[in-house]
Design a protein around this ligand. Structure first.
Ligand code: PSV
Ligand code: MN
Ligand code: MN
Length: 394
């Protein structure tokens, strides 16, 4: 057998992997922790510019992470066009703008769903300001997550809060430019403990349907009850044309924001199988693959590199599923055969394949090793002296 000839389909798999795009969160590069302790690390960015520089480092070693999401006001600057220019000079672009209406004292009873009209106005004004920022950065997506909800039965009207939410979303949606989208993110609980105003994909989907074509749902993998079948949600949203993207991370208990694919690589594979099957992998599919993670105890840049690699490996396995054999087994009612086809792909060691894709892109096949050897980590420790490090929430 000619070992230089790639197996049938391998070229298409390699092309799909090389074309994949994964967006990095600016906040992953800042210090983070739990409510018990934030452990500061040396070399951590002090400014949005330094966060972008670190994201650009991740892209240099992985080749598939060319954009970085901002969180406003954590990444507030005077001149967003200049920040976008800086990002371009670093070899990346500014991606999704994440709004933040959960950190002001005014939001004690919620933001866009608050019973106080003045608070709702303040929150919507922030969302509109985020669209102004998108205009300056050239961003396509506005990502909305609301910490809104109630803690006690009777505290507020569940239904009235849905009306207020719909009103705020409408005003924001109507402000979008023709190439901009709103992505609505749901989360089961936390910080509200009794009702959450956007707790699940059904609620998010209903609001997005009402808003129109350019409103889509974001699936944050950490935002479900334990045991939820996330790939089912992905399949349903894709079928409806309403999956806007992912906030990838993994969890053992609640919204842990650990590295994607660390807790349950099989779940990530199952999700990517639905993505591939739904034709949503390509960069122009309209589905954004974003990381939403915090590296509390591990070094941040390698943590992001590892996460990108985990997504790539799950994607490679999903691409290797023998779709013809699977369809034949499914049509024949061959339960074990169909499951076997899926497991064959999952159990394939794809690391050599992904490594050779990197080589084809002119990269080192081992991004973790290449980063360690690059000296970038030591350089930022030496250079970033003085000033206040960015932390979760700043
Ligand atoms: C909320 O838990 C969330 O997942 C939203 O995406 C926020 O914007 C993000 O976390 C902040 O880390
Ligand atoms: Mn998220
Ligand atoms: Mn979250």
């Amino acid at each position: 057998m000619d070992t230089n000839t790639p197996a049938p389909g391998t070229v298409a798999v390699a092309e799909a992997l090389a074309g994949q795009r994964i967006e990095l969160p600016s906040w992953a590069f800042g210090n983070s922790g739990t409510r018990f302790k934030v452990f500061a690390q040396r070399g951590v960015p002090r400014t949005p510019h330094e966060k972008i520089a670190d994201a650009a480092a991740v892209h240099r070693f992985t080749g598939v992470a060319p954009s970085v999401a901002l969180h406003i006001p954590w990444d507030a600057v005077d001149d967003y066009a200049e920040l976008a220019e800086f990002a371009r000079d670093e070899g990346v672009s500014i991606g999704t703008i994440n709004a933040n209406v959960f950190q002001d004292d005014a939001y004690v009873l919620g933001s866009v769903c608050s019973p106080d009209p003045a608070v709702r106005r303040k929150a919507v004004d922030h969302l509109l300001q985020c669209v102004d920022i998108m205009d300056a950065t050239g961003s396509r997506d506005l990502k909305l997550w609301f910490a809104d909800g109630t803690n006690y039965p009777g505290q507020d009207s569940i239904r009235a809060r849905q009306d207020r939410l719909a009103e705020a979303l409408r005003e924001t949606y109507d402000r979008l430019g023709p190439n901009q989208r709103v992505l609505l993110e749901y989360k089961l609980f936390e910080p509200a403990f009794y009702t959450t105003d956007v707790p699940d994909w059904g609620t998010a989907y209903a609001h997005c349907l009402e808003l129109g074509e350019r409103a889509r749902v974001v699936v944050d993998t950490g935002h479900h009850a334990p045991g939820t079948n996330i790939e089912f949600i992905v399949a349903v949203l894709l079928r409806a044309g309403k999956l806007g993207g992912f906030d990838f991370n993994s969890r053992f208990y609640a919204d842990d924001d650990l590295m994607v694919g660390a807790a349950d690589p099989f779940q990530l594979f199952r999700i990517m199988v639905e993505v591939v099957h739904g034709g949503a992998l390509a960069a122009d599919s309209g589905v954004a693959f974003m990381l939403d993670q915090c590296h509390n105890i591990e070094p941040k840049i390698p943590g992001q590199i590892r996460s990108v690699m985990n997504v790539q490996e799950a994607t490679a396995k999903a691409l290797l599923v023998d779709r013809e054999a699977l369809a034949a087994a499914q049509a024949a009612g061959d339960v074990l055969g169909a499951n076997g086809v899926l497991m064959d792909a999952y159990n394939t060691d794809v690391r050599p394949l992904v490594g050779s894709v990197r080589e084809g892109m002119g990269l080192d096949p081992d991004p973790m090793g290449a980063y360690a050897r690059s000296g970038y980590g030591e350089r930022i420790v030496a250079e970033r002296v003085g000033g206040e490090q960015a932390g979760w929430g700043a």
